[in-house]
Design a protein around this ligand. Structure first.
Ligand code: ADP
Ligand code: MG
Length: 132
């Protein structure tokens, strides 16, 4: 599907929040809009804190109304996920959590098979192709 602006990407994230998958893997280059999608999702889930890229901390988590957490991982340039694997595995156990992952190539084998994969391709300045 064509997403013509940052606002449309935020709206797509908000739409997803209405019937939110438990585990989402975001695929796409730097600047594609993975974190922007996550911002929309978080807004749709009622999170009011600002969502910033977890690149340096690898994960950031936000409280959800159901008692679980939205946990946003970014494994960019992390060849050895090390201890984060335990953290991820533990967070996957809690059915109230929603897990969203950027750059998950190195950890896909611990993500559930039935996760939702979203691929975002840069088309030009403001336009993106999103493949579900
Ligand atoms: P990623 O997490 O994939 O590296 P970000 O979401 O951090 O990407 O950055 C995407 C950048 O592209 C932002 O600066 C955003 O404003 C801009 N942008 C422009 N058009 C779009 C669009 N249609 N969808 C998503 N982001 C867009
Ligand atoms: Mg990002």
């Amino acid at each position: 599907m064509k997403i013509a602006s940052e606002k449309e990407m935020l709206d797509l994230g908000k739409q997803f929040a209405k019937k939110c998958p438990k585990v989402i893997e975001l695929i796409g280059d730097v600047g594609a809009g993975k974190t922007t999608f996550t911002r929309g999702l978080a807004a749709g889930l009622g999170i009011t804190e600002p969502i910033t890229s977890p690149s340096f901390t690898i994960s950031k988590s936000y409280a959800l109304k159901n008692g679980g957490r939205l946990i946003h991982y970014d494994f960019y340039r992390l060849p050895d996920p090390g201890l984060m694997l335990d953290d991820l595995q533990e967070n996957l156990q809690d059915p109230n959590n929603i897990i969203i992952v950027e750059w998950g190539e190195s950890i896909t084998d611990i993500l559930p098979e039935n996760r939702t994969k979203i691929t975002i391709k840069y088309t030009n300045n403001d336009s993106r192709e999103v493949i579900l």
